[in-house]
Design a protein around this ligand. Structure first.
Ligand SMILES: [Zn+2]
Ligand SMILES: [Zn+2]
Length: 397
């Protein structure tokens, strides 16, 4: 019965439908319901057998406190009530909450603690040797800060999970952030921590939230050199993005020698994404997980935790990009098929089911047909990105 199951035992999938309850407000661009068509696509391929799905476990207060201040956690709890006390409502902005970008919402402490716990569980499964790889698409809230919510993120699950890996297992962690926005929250969590290296490729902060992630942010004290930023130009396309990412990743991994890789997979660098100006196609979401996967086996015995993140083209980008990540992580033969056949189609049962409710026309193939008009300043952008990449590599051998 059903589709064939290709899964190897070496990858786990952390998920429960409860995670879609992270809902900032009606109509907000950050919509965790994007997990539903994504999981369904993988299930229709038989790529996620129930035996490898583990539900997240709520993070403990101690785990949250390793990254966030007690004051802030208290505020989040108070603002999670159905009708928060006025005393807390008037202080909300002090803690990063506003009615536009990052509104507080009923139940947010509980559901965000669950998302954080999912990322901690992924680390535990990998570091204990139960599995080589684990994915947690509900995580990746990389903007949350010690004392503040920011950029749609309440608690920083990536920072908590990394802190946990460091304290519980004594691991050296390489964090790789491919979201189009700078991974600021995680960077600042570990800016003076030499055993955590953060590598972020993103659209330059000159034009995009959160404004940080310049190439000269390199870490401080004994951690100098363990923070690497590649701020690429607006309208960067696949070839230039991949060239920068691959060169820097190879050198950073070889020099840092991690025990564990934690990667964040916001898929908002796609040309369709409404919140940024990078012009990449689905090709980077095929190639980039392959690069990270290879690095994980080469440098840290396969230990790899992958998280979700941004991604605001709910229908056309997120389901395909995150499915490709899992298919790569779980050695699914579809990845090889795509290498020989760029026009490989998505399962028709998935297209029929979701096209019925999608407000936009769904792409019918895994990869995009990229005969898009080239960006007029392609050469100039490629040259500028190459200079940025060289600067990022300045202190690496
Ligand atoms: Zn593997
Ligand atoms: Zn983002």
């Amino acid at each position: 019965m059903g589709a064939p199951q290709y899964m190897t035992k070496s990858s786990l999938f952390i998920y429960s439908e409860q995670e879609t309850g992270y809902r900032l407000q009606q109509g907000h661009p950050f919509n965790q319901e994007r997990l539903l068509p994504t999981i369904d696509l993988l299930r229709k391929l038989g790529a996620v057998p129930e035996s490898i799905v583990h539900a997240p476990i709520t993070a403990s207060e101690d785990q949250l406190q390793a990254v966030h201040s007690s004051d802030y956690i208290e505020a989040v709890k108070a603002l999670s009530q159905d009708n928060p006390e006025e005393l807390w409502q008037i202080q909300a902005d002090k803690y990063g909450f506003d009615m536009e970008d990052t509104p507080y919402f009923s139940g947010m402490h509980e559901v965000t603690s669950l998302l954080v716990g999912g990322s901690v569980l992924a680390v535990d499964k990998v570091m204990s040797g139960e599995t080589e790889h684990a994915i947690h698409l509900g995580g990746g809230l990389h903007h949350a800060l010690k004392n503040k919510a920011a950029g749609f993120c309440v608690y920083n699950d990536a920072s908590v999970a990394i802190e946990y890996a460091k304290n519980r297992y004594g691991a050296r962690i390489l964090y790789i952030d491919t979201d189009v926005h700078h991974g600021d929250g995680v960077q600042w969590s570990f800016y003076s921590e030499p055993d955590v290296c953060t590598l972020s490729i993103h659209e330059t902060g000159k034009y995009l939230f959160p404004g940080t992630g310049a190439v000269n942010e390199r870490g401080e004290g004994t951690a100098f050199g363990t923070c690497i930023n590649i701020p690429v130009e607006p309208y960067t396309e696949d070839a230039s993005w991949l060239e920068c990412f691959e060169d820097v990743l190879n050198k950073v991994a070889a020099q840092f020698k991690p025990d564990l890789i934690v990667s964040q997979h916001g898929c908002d660098a796609h040309a369709y994404d409404p919140l940024s100006h990078i012009h990449c196609s689905m090709d980077i979401y095929l190639a980039m997980p392959q690069l990270i996967h290879r690095i994980a086996h080469q440098h840290c015995a396969g230990r790899w935790v992958a998280l979700g993140g941004g991604g605001y083209d709910f229908w056309r980008v997120v389901p395909r990009a995150w499915s490709l990540l899992w298919l790569e992580m779980s050695d699914n033969p579809i990845i090889d098929h795509l290498t020989c056949n760029r026009a490989l189609e998505l399962p028709s049962a998935w297209l029929t089911q979701w096209q019925a409710i999608s407000p936009v026309e769904l792409p019918t193939t895994w990869l995009d047909n990229t005969d898009w008009t080239p960006m007029p300043r392609r050469q100039e952008i490629t040259t500028k990105n190459r200079q940025t990449k060289e600067l990022a590599l300045l202190y690496l051998t």
